[in-house]
Design a protein around this ligand. Structure first.
Ligand SMILES: [Zn+2]
Length: 341
């Protein structure tokens, strides 16, 4: 499994950390070539095919103003830059289902930003989105596997950074308000001056296999019926990744893991995870689930899993997820589709 082939791990835009200054940010916002990833409750605008719709800075300002509810500061976030333009993100507050303030597809804001430069004139704000070129808000979970490498990287970064700002308005040391600096990558305390950086919480996710090359899949208590996936869990303070793999597997299923091999990683900004994937060899295979997090877990041969997926008794993890990649890596190719009806 190659991380750079995973849906949300294929970032190609330079993150341009050297441009995280007030001056560079001002230049980017004044440049008509700059494109914006709009955000609303962790969702982004997509077209009918699930492709990301980027907007101009002026369109983003209108979208943000149209939905303004005086619910705090919505900073511009510099995502990165390529040879032609900078990419920024901006929250557009409002009702998550309201698409009236989104630009129409086909406007100069359309995703084909490599087209020959037409005048960067702002199209009139479209107050209604016509049928057939519908733009809607969609979550990264939903559309992540449809996005190309550039857009997947932009959206994963935008969603993660926006979620951090949303959850960290105050200084963790003294509780005072913080001020956004460095183009959205730092919050500084207005009282004690301490600087706070976006957080990423490592989580381990593992394909546990036994000596017969069967795969352990589990159904969590909170999940929809039939959904099965690999085991996963957060790394605790003071713990190595390998230890977290062995601990989580033992806690949730009592299966004992020996060898642990790194398999890849994927940002999972819901809200701030980095999924670190492993293949874990079981040395004791008796399954006894905890009943708290995991309701059922079982070993599958490839034939058993294929049959269960076709029959619809097992719903595999979503295509955007590294869990799916781990399962298909073990399976040896794409899983079959469920039988119709
Ligand atoms: Zn403080």
């Amino acid at each position: 499994m190659r991380s750079d082939e995973l849906p949300l791990s294929r970032a190609v835009v330079d993150r341009a950390a050297l441009l995280r200054t007030d001056a560079a940010q001002e230049r980017a916002l004044a440049d008509p070539a700059t494109r914006v990833v709009l955000l609303r409750d962790g969702r982004v605008p997509v077209d009918a095919r699930g492709g990301l719709v980027l907007t101009t800075v002026a369109q983003a300002q209108r979208a943000a103003a149209a939905g303004d509810r005086a619910d705090g500061e919505h900073p511009w976030l510099l995502l990165g830059a390529d040879d032609e333009r900078a990419y920024v993100a901006r929250r557009a507050p409002g009702d998550a289902d309201d698409v009236a303030d989104l630009p129409r597809r086909g406007a100069p804001s359309d995703r084909d930003v490599h087209a020959p430069a037409s005048p960067p004139a702002d199209p009139p704000a479209s107050r209604a989105v016509a049928d057939g070129d519908a733009v809607r808000w969609a979550s990264l979970r939903e559309v992540g596997s449809h996005l190309d490498a550039r857009d997947a990287g932009l959206v994963a970064t935008a969603v993660a950074l926006d979620a951090w700002h949303e959850r960290h308005p105050r200084c963790p040391r003294c509780g005072a308000a913080t001020r956004v600096t460095q183009a959205g990558w730092v919050r500084a305390c207005t009282v004690d001056g301490s600087e706070h950086y976006p957080r990423t919480d490592p989580a381990v996710i593992m394909a546990v296999v036994d000596d017969a090359d069967r795969l352990l899949l589990a159904h969590a208590v909170a999940w929809a019926p039939g959904r099965y996936s690999t085991l996963a869990g957060f790394v605790e303070p003071g713990e190595s990744l390998e230890h977290a793999v062995r601990r989580e597997v033992a806690e949730e299923t009592r299966v004992v893991v020996g060898e642990v091999t790194y398999a890849g990683s994927q940002p999972w900004p819901f809200p701030a995870s980095l999924m670190v994937a492993f293949v874990a060899r079981a040395v004791a295979t008796d399954v006894r689930v905890d009943g708290v997090e995991v309701e059922h877990a079982a070993w599958f041969t490839r034939d058993e899993l294929a049959s269960a997926v076709v029959a619809g008794t097992v719903v595999p993890p979503s295509r955007s997820s590294i869990a799916r990649a781990l399962v298909e890596d073990w399976f040896g190719g794409p899983l079959p589709e469920p039988a119709a009806g």
